[in-house]
Design a protein around this ligand. Structure first.
Ligand code: UDP
Length: 243
């Protein structure tokens, strides 16, 4: 078991990428339906005024430190946080080891066509990978029984849900037992990135911890979301002072 660091009321696991992959492997072996969350600053900030999300995150089997903001926050609070474990990177690491372990994936979410493109990309990158189903993320309540049946009957080991935060976490929590998938991960825009619909920042920008800036530049509609960052910094600092 690794340590969990409480940031704005949410317990985040102090794991490296290697440990995160190991933890997912253990969850698959255990076979009980579980949720893995990727906590960035925006998600942690949202959880301060969304109790449902906060409870889901605190009940999750693994919460990885997604984003430079989360790593900064833990360290600012004087806690050990080894490295950033970005959701998109975790998905790639899992896909890399999947063929040897015979893990099966289901890709759920994003606009029509995106999950299929992400599937094709994964199959070209990771020879022998099993992606047992795809489904876009635009649906009404009336479509849900069919979607749940589609996922259930495909019997994946890992369900990647890309519906955005907090929709993906809430949807997974609501249907966890019914879906009966060992590991479900909310992955935000990861399928868009895999499909090539949204580009990731160049490596130098990722290393300089500027991926957020790159995303805002590419999709100006997201720029408003950057306001979450100073708010996050302020709240974390308040937590540090108040203990
Ligand atoms: N999305 C979806 N269904 C919805 C709303 C959003 O499938 O009802 C998808 C959207 O197409 C995108 C992803 O969810 O692929 C959200 O991406 P974003 O980068 O905004 O994720 P976040 O930052 O919220 O994790």
């Amino acid at each position: 078991m690794t340590d969990r660091v409480e940031i704005l009321g949410v317990k985040v696991d102090a794991v490296t990428m290697i440990q995160a992959v190991e933890r997912v492997a253990n969850l698959i072996d255990a076979g009980k339906p579980s949720i893995v969350a990727t906590a960035n600053a925006e998600m942690l900030l949202r959880a301060t005024h969304d109790d449902e999300l906060k409870n889901i995150l605190n009940a999750a089997s693994l919460v990885v430190p997604d984003g430079a903001g989360t790593v900064w926050a833990a360290r600012h609070l004087g806690k050990h946080m080894p490295e950033r474990v970005a959701g998109a990177d975790l998905v790639l690491e899992l896909m890399k080891v999947a063929p040897a372990k015979s893990w099966k994936f289901f890709l759920f979410g994003s606009a029509p066509g995106i999950a299929d493109k992400a599937k094709a990309k994964a199959e070209s990158l990771y020879h022998g990978i099993k992606i047992v189903g795809t489904r876009n993320g635009y649906f009404t309540a009336a479509d849900e029984p069919v979607i749940i049946e589609q996922i259930k009957s495909a019997r994946p080991d890992i369900l990647l849900a890309a519906l955005g935060v907090p929709k993906q976490e809430k949807w997974l929590a609501a249907h966890l037992d019914e879906l009966n998938v060992p590991v479900s991960i909310g992955v935000g825009g990861t399928l868009d990135v895999m499909a090539g619909a949204v580009k990731r920042a160049p490596l130098w920008m990722q290393r300089a911890r500027l991926e957020w800036l790159f995303r805002a530049m590419l999709q100006p509609s997201r720029a408003g979301r950057l306001l979450a960052l100073p708010k996050f910094v302020f709240k974390v600092h308040k937590q540090k002072i108040n203990g």
